[in-house]
Every structure is written in structure tokens, then in C-alpha cells.
Ligand binder design. Sequence first.
Ligand code: ADP
Length: 445
Amino acid sequence: IDSGKNNYSTEVQNSTASDEDKELAPSEKSLLQKIVRTGLITSKHDIEVQRRDPKSPLYSVKSFELLKLHPNLLRGVYEMGYNAPSKIQETALPLLLANPPQNLIAQSQSGTGKTAAFVLAMLSRVDPELQYPQVVCLSPTYELAIQTGEVAAKMSTYCPNIRLRYAVRGEDVEKGSKIEEQIIVGTPGKVLDWATKYKFFDPKNIKVFVLDEADIMVDTQGHQDQSFRIRKLLPETCQMMFFSATYTEDVMRFANAIAPMSVIIRLKREEETLDNIRQYYVNCNNKEDKYNALVNIYGGVTIGQAMIFCQTKKMALWLVNQMTEHGHAVALLSGELTVQQRISVLDSFREGKEKVLITTNVLSRGIDIEQVTIVINFDLPVTVTREPDYDTYLHRIGRTGRFGKKGIAINLVSGSSDHAILKQIEEHFCKPIECLNTDNADDME
Ligand code: ADP
């Protein structure tokens, strides 16, 4: 598969210089999270399964070998560094690869291996000898479709005869011709047009229909309707695979309409905890003092990367300027950046080009950067009424799943109101926050 990686189009969001952090759309958050993620979220929870027919067999596999995949596909899977199926894959893959095919509705949080599961199923259901579309996968946006296509391209490195076509904006097919690629990954509107208006492929030949990021689709005007209309064109026997990160009533109604008589599997969300996090605070008098403490910490940290949270954009900018002036390489992620700019900031940080990432609250929710070992609250998280913001505190420094590895959080506090807030945070989580003296080399080890 030629992944046809497009440069992210810059028209997604125009850059505007506002003082407010721009709240990202759910599809953009999901995209960012996919891009910064480097590995699986492992879950401590068990899979919940609902079957229409309780007698239908249910398997779980602990290895990819047991799935009897084509050797070239298996090779691709191993080369991606997947040694064993993730929790959701253990249960989903045998269902997805079963004969006769079974419909599946799967819900689990982002990062648990859903995409890898359905891409593997798509690839193994394709007949590479046939030169027409056999699989359709719907994604809510251009960028998310490309992400999925890239996973397919990697996994099928050793299956040169399997080809993929993107049905997204900017992609055209010559009028009157037919698509020869076996897999179509695209957005609902474009796929519908290609099937009905232009008849670039025959939906009756589709044997696998995947609907990904269903919760984002539900929130997007027209997507549900377009997906239903595509679904109606597919043969009775087509296997339906439905994926969502959340499990709301709306999503389930959509799911049951798209994929009736499905096995439903769910994996409970892994909660963030402070269990493996050592928490400290540093007494400071003012922001200059905080800056000095920071530089001492920064000097003392030889491994890993740090993320620094500021309450306002103004403070973040001040800090970036201070640090840059003193010769430190820092990255800034702020709310007015476009999605493309955020992606490039995060990519560069993930590659280790900067050791420190400074940000406001934009990043505190929903985006985890795994290799970060130190989180510094340059400002404590507070609500608009200056109450402690416990959720944000947890999202900033908490870790889930495989991030269970140890982390350090350092709070820079100045003044009595900061101390009061810190005390409340400590009591709220029932976890001690110890005093750290950044002038003392012993403390810094
Ligand atoms: P989701 O679709 O649920 O967000 P992904 O399929 O994108 O999850 O997987 C999340 C991350 O984990 C990706 O970086 C992916 O390459 C990796 N991954 C997926 N399955 C496995 C596996 N079995 N072993 C190791 N890593 C995996």
C-alpha cells in the first residue's frame, strides 16, 4: 500500500491571534492524540462482552500466531513492534476474523488498539488477486482517514498486492473509470458520492464495512445519515465493524443501526491515578523566583522530558522568552496554534528536539505524552473563581495504563493563597506533597 501521506492541509483551521485558548474539536483532539501516542494503553480491566446468541462461541487469543494470519501479514504486525494482542484485540480479533463473519461493536478509549485490530481484519479479508474494492472504512475527517491508511500501509508492507485508495477531499477519480484498489478509506460524504453519484465502485462487492470514531461521527452533521445510506447499498453478508471511544445512548443507537446482531465488547476506561507520582512543591516569592527554581530543576534533570504548565498564555510566553534568552531549547504549545502547528510542535518534542514543553491548559486534557517524566506546575491549576481545579491537576500529572511507570510532579507556589490551594489539593487526593529545596543539591538528586 502506498500510504500517499499528504502534507497536512493548512486550511483546517486558520491561525488567529486570540488571547483565548482555542478549544479543539473532538476529531482534532483524537488526531493529536494519535500523533503523539507512541504505544499502547494497557488496561487493568476485563473486557465486557454482550452476545445476542449466548451459545455463539467466543475466543480470546494471547498470541498473533493463533490467528492463522497470512505469514506476510504476520510479519508486518511483528515489524510494527506488536508482540502480543492488546486486551481489546485478544477478544476482537477472533471475532473479526471468524468464519462465518460476525458483526462487532467495540468500545474502548483511544490508544487501546482498536485501529490496529480492524486494519488487521481488513487486510486479512482482502483478496489481493481481485482488482476492485472489497473493504470500506469510514473515518470522520480527512486527517483521521490518513492516519488509518498509514497504519494499513505499514502493516501491509509485505503484502505488495494489497492497495488502498483514500476517498477524501482533494482525491479524484477519472470520470467513468473504476477504482481498482481493494480498500477504500474515506469520509462518509465522499465515499457515498463515489458509490452512488459516480459509481466508481460497486458497493455489492464490499465484504467488510468499518465505521471508526463513531462517537465523533455522531456529533458531526450529516455523517450518520451518509453512513446509513452507504450501509444500505452493501450486501446482506457484509461484515460490519463498529468502533467508538465512548458508549453513549446516541452512539449505541447508531451502532445497532449500522451493525445489527453484533457481539458488543467494551473495555472500561483506565482511570488516571497519582499512585506512581512523587509530588513536591517549591516555595517561591514571585515569578522570577519560580523561574530560578525551574532552572535549577532543569539543570538537575538529566533524563526524560519535562512539561511545564502555566495558567495564562501571557505567563507561558514570558517563560518561553526567559528560557530562550538563557539558551534553553524549549517548545511552546499554545491555544492559538492551528492543528498543523500543534502537530509539528508535538512531533518535534516527541522526537526529543526539546527537553521542555511549555503549555497552558490546552494540553492538560486528553493528550498524554508518554515519555514525559516530570510535570511542573509553574502555576497551580485553579478555576476562574480561584478554587483548586482538581480535575486539571489530575489530568496534568496523573498517569494511566503503561504510564504506570514513575513520574515526578513539582508545584511552584508563591504566597499564602497558593499554599492554601496546595493544601486543598493534597487533602483532596490524600497524597502527600513534599517540600523541595531547589538550592540544595542533595534534594535535587
Ligand atoms: P486506538 O485505535 O484504540 O486509538 P491504536 O490501534 O491506534 O488504538 O493503538 C494505539 C497505539 O498502540 C499505537 O501506537 C499502536 O501502534 C500501538 N499498538 C496497537 N496494538 C498494539 C499491540 N498489540 N502491541 C503493541 N502496540 C500496539
